[in-house]
Write a protein that binds this ligand. Structure first.
Ligand code: GDP
Ligand code: MN
Length: 376
């Protein structure tokens, strides 16, 4: 997950990298107060998880608190490359003497990290890299050795950065490794007229596998443009909307993915991926069914469950209970196999819902669901 600039700034500060004084707000009125606290002038910066904000008009200098309020009002709500600006950061302006670029990024193919640095930082590093590759140094970093002062000096030297940046390069490596990041980027890293080195803009991408120890940054970014995905996410379901007409519910990602293939093999198209997990309760089944059934494209639903930790009879009870709270409007084909399958099938037989069909094999269930979905 990517962090916002203000979050990256916070991390840099915690690791002893100099950053401009700054505060975040979603209110133009507050922006005025912040500018006053910062000494009057402020750089107003859109907080969106995309680059090129400067060029898009999302970074503006305000000369006084009243201008800061006006500028914040302009930038808040702005759309930058499909991202709506909900917050702005106001930062104390800095007298820039030089702009540099520095980053560490994981090079998966090579199995090491890469330090990328350039004395020509600022807004167009991609352009610099394309037109004058020599101006951008790329130095492999052995993850076991990391960036020591000697390594940092090598990077600075290769990129033509001043010696004062060595300390920042070491600290930035600490941000990468101690904060579970896969990427840290500072553009621009600046030298001020007073000779101080400051990180003026930052991008940090955290490793999602480490989310459990990075809770302070909140939930994973979930730009659920699709209302069904948003509804599923709100219920904590593992759901992905697809283009077809057969709703699919299963337990275990592998089983659900093979179910999608088998449905496709039967000449129909799956309408979604939904993995209700190993310990599927009646509640989860009801939630899953209601999301899948609320998809207008769905013509039939295939529930494919292999009883393991959760026995089939418990899953069948879950379906029966779900049928009390969710009104079934489309045919439901259920295939139960594995632990207590016979008992599970008996539970559904007893319920005898006219729209619930059972099949004993995955292929048979998929064929049935596909036929029900494509028959007019
Ligand atoms: P980006 O366009 O999304 O990368 O946003 P940045 O935060 O990097 O800002 C874009 C540009 O605005 C920077 O490269 C700087 O040239 C300029 N800028 C940002 N903050 C300041 C500041 O405090 N003082 C000055 N003079 N320029 C700034
Ligand atoms: Mn930048």
């Amino acid at each position: 997950m990517d962090l916002y600039e203000h979050q990256a700034r916070e991390l840099f500060e915690e690791h002893g990298i100099l950053v401009p004084r700054a505060e975040v707000t979603d209110s133009p009125k507050e922006a005025r107060g912040i500018a006053r606290r910062l000494g009057g002038r402020a750089v107003v910066k859109a907080q969106v998880k995309t680059g090129g904000r400067g060029k898009a008009g999302g970074v503006k200098l305000a000369a006084d608190p009243a201008a800061a309020e006006l500028t914040a009002r302009q930038i808040l709500g702005m759309d930058i490359k499909g991202h709506t600006v909900r917050k702005v950061m106001l930062a104390q302006p800095v007298d820039i003497e030089d702009e540099f670029y520095v980053s560490y990024v994981l090079d998966r193919a090579a199995g090491h990290f890469l330090a990328i640095a350039s004395a020509e930082g600022g807004m167009d590093i991609e352009e610099v890299a394309a037109s004058r590759p020599d101006a951008v140094a790329r130095i492999p970093v052995d993850p076991a050795e990391g960036v020591t002062s000697a390594k940092a000096a090598e990077i600075a030297e290769a990129a033509g950065l001043p010696p004062q940046t060595v300390d920042v390069l070491v600290r930035l490596w600490e941000v990468l490794t101690r904060e579970d990041a896969l990427l840290v980027e500072v553009n621009p890293l600046v030298r001020t007229a007073q000779g101080r080195i400051l990180a003026l803009d930052g991008k940090v991408t955290l490793d999602d596998n480490a989310r459990f120890r990075q809770e302070r940054w909140g939930e994973k970014d979930a730009p659920h443009d699709d209302p069904l995905e948003a509804a599923a996410a709100a219920r904590g379901l593992n759901y992905v909307k697809l283009d077809g007409e057969v709703g699919v519910i299963g337990n275990g990602a592998g089983l659900v993915m093979s179910t999608l293939d088998v449905v496709a093999g039967c000449g129909a198209r799956p309408a979604n991926f939904l993995d209700i997990g190993g310990g599927a309760s009646a509640r989860i089944m009801a939630d899953g069914l209601s999301v899948v059934l609320s998809d207008p494209a769905v013509k039939s639903v295939l529930v494919n469950v292999f009883g393991g930790i959760t026995a089939c009879d418990a899953v069948a009870e879950g379906i029966v209970q779900a049928l009390e709270s969710v009104r079934l409007t489309k045919p439901l084909v259920v295939r139960l196999d594995g632990n207590n399958a016979v008992r599970g099938r008996a539970v559904l037989d007893d319920r005898a819902h006219p729209l619930v069909h059972q099949a004993t094999t995955m292929d048979g269930a998929a064929r049935r669901a596909a036929r029900l979905a494509t028959a007019d």
